[in-house]
Design a binder for this molecule. Structure first.
Ligand code: BES
Ligand code: MN
Ligand code: ZN
Length: 501
């Protein structure tokens, strides 16, 4: 979708469809909506009076201009109650409107920025919200995109603004929104790509191409280097596959590492999770191509950090492996010593995510970080606990927790704090190693024990773990999250980084 900002009167826009908006309870619309209403001899006011145009958040009403305007159709999207309006609702309105425009088969769409008028939003924020809502809602996974011309795709979205002074501000917002949405879509593409294509090597190559485009520093560690570092817990997973593992290290502002705060982001990158010898059931296994969503997110966030030129030293670490079965594969009962020198016992080869993260979190300590945040599709148990409503947040650091919760509130990418009681360590005590990778024989506290396992391998830095297993693949579409790969966490963490200072 091509997006442009134009100064002028939306009544004169040459488009297949005009988008204007309405707050709930307004009976005499003002601004652009009022102007359209007058040009249509009070049509919108009549619809409101009849109860056919409610202004409820995301409700859309389509009307025809019958030659009274150059554009043949107008779509009125509801913004909800004015007192409740915020950036998230502006995004939802943009998403719902673009969905309705697509259903109307409009190819050229002109819109106003939702909330920039009586909504009281700053034009930069309004421009950003419009673009994020529109692009993320219109996202199609690679297989759908390659399926030829879809005549109902919106081709151009023109943001029309009456007040010329606002144009540079809207443009700045549009640029920020584009960077963030495209970074999330980059992550969605990676997560949606089947694992026969998206191998560790492929993902590392994509990271390298992205780094080249954005100016990020990149280093890709191969097997030998990981072995030399003692990353034997990570390699225990990797050795079961013919695909060589990769460990991607991306850095934004590497040269200014000393003077800027350092934030390390770690993402689980299991390009496919069969479960290993603790084999998964067939049903649902196909989805395990998205078991590298944490890694995909980290690549997307680093992309955004570079393009937004954030004044931070941001490091992205993505251990990339395939969890398979061969003659060398790890087995339950095996004991491995990782980079920290601590040992772990394998109970389930299907608890592989925490294994690769153990060595990645150990490596994170090398950057002397102000915070380390990992994202991982770590447990099925988080879905049982939270459904598709919020990712699990595990941390004992109040500062990082507050920053993450604020970003969650702002972006609508919700987090719910989960307990990390030390007593959970009892559940993963091993008779043969410092810790075991899963509880046995029962499955008590499957989410909290996974976080406690990770904590064993963190160094002395503020740390938070996000279990995004329940949020990374959208099964039931929501505004901005069509079915499929979600890249849940990209907007969240970009927001946290932008607000860091
Ligand atoms: N990748 C899975 C977790 C997962 C499950 C993500 C379903 C998305 C949807 C992870 O590697 C895994 O297999 N976890 C096990 C842990 C258990 C063996 C302790 C699980 O949740 O069953
Ligand atoms: Mn697994
Ligand atoms: Zn997994």
């Amino acid at each position: 979708m091509h997006i442009e900002v134009k100064s002028g009167n939306i009544l004169e826009a040459e488009a297949d469809l005009l988008i204007v908006n309405l707050f709930e309870g307004v009976t005499r619309p003002g601004g652009a909506t009022g102007a359209v209403d007058s040009a249509l001899d009070g049509h919108i006011r009549q619809l409101i009076a009849l109860g056919d145009c409610s202004g409820k958040l995301g409700d859309t009403t389509l009307l025809y201009t019958l030659g009274k305007l150059p554009a043949p159709r107008v779509l009125v999207v509801g913004l909800g109650e004015a007192s409740e309006f915020d950036g998230l609702r502006a995004r939802v309105a943009a998403a719902k409107a673009i969905r309705a425009a697509k259903q109307a088969k409009a190819r050229r769409v002109a819109t106003i920025a939702h909330g920039a008028g009586i909504g009281g939003m700053h034009p930069i924020e309004a421009g950003q919200a419009l673009v994020e809502g529109s692009l993320l809602e219109s996202y199609e996974m690679p297989a759908a995109r390659s399926g030829g011309e879809d005549s109902s795709r919106v081709e151009t979205l023109t943001l029309v603004e009456f007040n010329g002074d606002n144009i540079p501000l809207l443009e700045a917002g549009v640029q920020v929104g584009r960077i963030i949405a495209e970074s999330a879509m980059f992550a969605r593409d990676l997560a949606a790509t089947p694992s026969n294509i998206a191998t560790p090597t492929y993902v590392a190559n994509e990271a390298a191409a992205m780094a080249e485009e954005t100016g990020l520093d990149i280093r890709i560690m191969e097997w030998d280097e990981m072995e030399a570092l003692g990353m034997n817990i990570l390699l225990a997973v990797a050795k079961g596959s013919d695909e060589p593992p990769k460990f991607v290290i991306l850095e934004h502002n590497q040269a200014r590492a000393e003077e800027l705060p350092t934030i390390v982001l770690v993402g689980k990158g299991v390009t496919f999770d069969t479960g290993g010898y603790s084999l998964k059931r067939t049903e649902g296994m196909w989805k395990m191509k998205y078991d590298m969503s944490g890694a995909a997110n980290v690549l997307g966030i680093l992309r955004a950090a570079a393009l937004l030129d954030l004044p931070l030293h941001v490091v992205g670490l993505t251990p990339l492996v395939e969890n398979m079965i061969n003659g060398h594969a790890q087995k339950p009962g095996d004991v491995y010593k990782g980079m920290t020198g601590k040992t772990m016992e394998v109970i389930s080869t299907d608890a592989e995510g925490r294994m690769i993260l153990a060595d990645a979190l150990a490596y994170a300590g090398r950057f002397n970080p102000d915070a380390v945040i990992d994202q991982a599709t770590l447990t099925g148990a988080i879905s049982v606990a939270l459904g598709e409503q919020a990712a699990g947040l595990f941390t004992e650091e109040e500062g990082v927790k507050a920053r993450l919760l604020a970003a969650a509130e702002a972006t609508g990418e919700r987090l719910w704090p989960m307990p990390m009681y030390d007593e959970y360590n009892e559940y993963i005590k091993s008779d043969f190693a410092d810790v075991k990778n899963s509880t046995s024989p029962d499955r008590f506290a499957g989410v909290s024990t996974s976080a406690k396992f990770l904590q064993h391998f963190t160094e002395d830095y503020p740390w938070a773990h996000l279990d995004i297993a329940n949020m990374s693949w959208t099964n039931k579409a929501r505004p901005m999250y069509p079915k499929g790969a979600a890249a849940f966490g990209v907007r969240l963490l970009v927001q946290m980084l932008r607000d860091w200072q």
